[in-house]
Design a binder for this molecule. Structure first.
Ligand code: MG
Length: 388
């Protein structure tokens, strides 16, 4: 019986990625990293079985995620150290197993089938194999905040996973490491300690380990190629002109004998911009965040709403591309204010005025706006998905 089994190690707590979720279960493009990592092994022709090692309370979830691969052989409880987790996975191998074991970090969700096959083939041939990447950058030895020395990087490489071993080689290596009371940071180290050869296989830059939020954004971007990189939104608002209020449009005070009615400062231009931004990222509308029933917003400057909306947009992973505004008003004449509105909206958006257009139209005397009973604003926005 000689086959190849992959052990996916996802026992880490991954505190740096936040949300109190174990790293292997942090979602990337809607699916846990473990599920993405498993895909290449499920598709690799040489891999016959999958074993996952996860925190005990996540075993059921891992089982459900991997059952569809048709290769799942079991799910083990993670241990305190990496080698304890791998050991727990090895314990699920059938008695007399004498094939190849591939050990892979679940936090490398972009592993590819070609790399899995290359490592499996090298391990079968030589007994042990590790994918490596040459160092791209100059390496310094840094002590106490000072670069002390430039290290010759020739001959240096970083190690990735999956690392592959004939079972008996890994078994002997682990038995020795446990007997010696040594903690090993990856499996290849245990074999190196035996003085036995570990073949270096070219790794892949895509096969990056996800450790921090920037890596996570990168993985989202790499795995989400099919998603739209841009989103559009439209906004509309119309307020009544009344006596005794200042006229605020686009955050600019306009000279007029009447102003716009409203719970806040009534700035229909800013309100329409906010609605367009929220609409573009599927985050509802202004009423959801700034209800007119809330006394906090009475007389509030609407540019403050805009700043909060820009934060909501950023929180969803988008940057504002451009904003195009049409203000429809019979009175007063707004052309002298359009540049100031562009500047003001640009500041509110955290962009330059170049990102904002403001056009003014009359309603040719038709309807309520034509009768100067109110002022309306129409807005289109474009959001860009933020690239890592
Ligand atoms: Mg409004």
């Amino acid at each position: 019986m000689e086959d190849t089994v992959a052990i996916l190690v996802g026992a880490g707590r991954g505190e740096r990625l936040g949300a109190g979720v174990p790293k292997a279960f942090v979602p990337v493009c809607g699916a846990p990293m473990l599920a993405h990592a498993a895909r290449a092994f499920a598709a690799a022709p040489s891999v016959a079985g999958l074993i996952a090692v996860v925190p005990e309370e996540r075993r059921g979830e891992a089982q459900a995620l991997l059952a569809g691969s048709g290769k799942l052989r079991g799910v083990a409880n993670g241990g305190a150290r990496r080698q304890d987790s791998v050991q727990a996975g090895l314990a699920l191998l059938a008695d007399g197993f004498d094939g190849v074991v591939l050990v892979h970090d679940a936090a490398r969700p972009l592993v590819e089938v070609a790399l899995v096959e290359a490592v499996a083939a090298a391990a079968r041939r030589t007994g042990a194999a590790v994918p490596v990447l040459a160092l791209a950058e100059t390496v310094k030895r840094v002590e106490k905040g000072r670069a002390r020395e430039t290290v010759d990087r020739r001959g240096l490489a970083t190690a990735q996973t999956p690392q592959g071993f004939r079972y008996e080689v890994l078994r002997r290596a682990y038995d020795r490491a446990f007997a010696d009371g040594v903690e090993v940071t990856d499996e290849a180290v245990a074999v190196e300690r035996l003085g036995e050869p570990v073949e270096a296989v070219p790794g892949s830059p895509r096969n990056r380990k996800i450790t921090g939020p920037d890596d996570l954004s990168w993985a989202e971007w790499m795995l989400g190629g099919a998603r739209a990189a841009y989103r559009v939104g439209t906004g509309f608002d119309l307020h009544r002109l009344v006596e005794g209020r200042p006229l605020m449009l686009g955050g600019v005070k306009v000279d007029h004998d009447r102003g716009l009615e409203g719970h806040s400062d009534g700035d229909c231009v800013v309100h329409a911009v906010c609605d367009a931004l929220l609409g573009a990222c599927g985050a509802g509308d202004m009423g959801r965040y700034f209800p007119s029933s809330d006394p906090r917003w009475r007389g509030a400057p609407s540019l403050g709403f805009l700043q909060q909306v820009v934060e909501i947009v950023a929180g969803r992973g988008y940057d504002v591309g451009n904003v195009d505004v049409t203000v429809v008003a019979e009175q007063p004449r707004l052309a002298p204010y359009t540049e100031a509105m562009r500047e003001s909206l640009g500041r509110g958006l955290g962009r330059s005025a170049d990102a904002v257009s403001v056009k003014v139209k009359s309603s040719d005397g038709l309807g309520a706006i034509g009768a100067a009973e109110g002022i309306a604003a129409h807005v289109s926005v474009l959001l860009r998905e933020r690239r890592p």
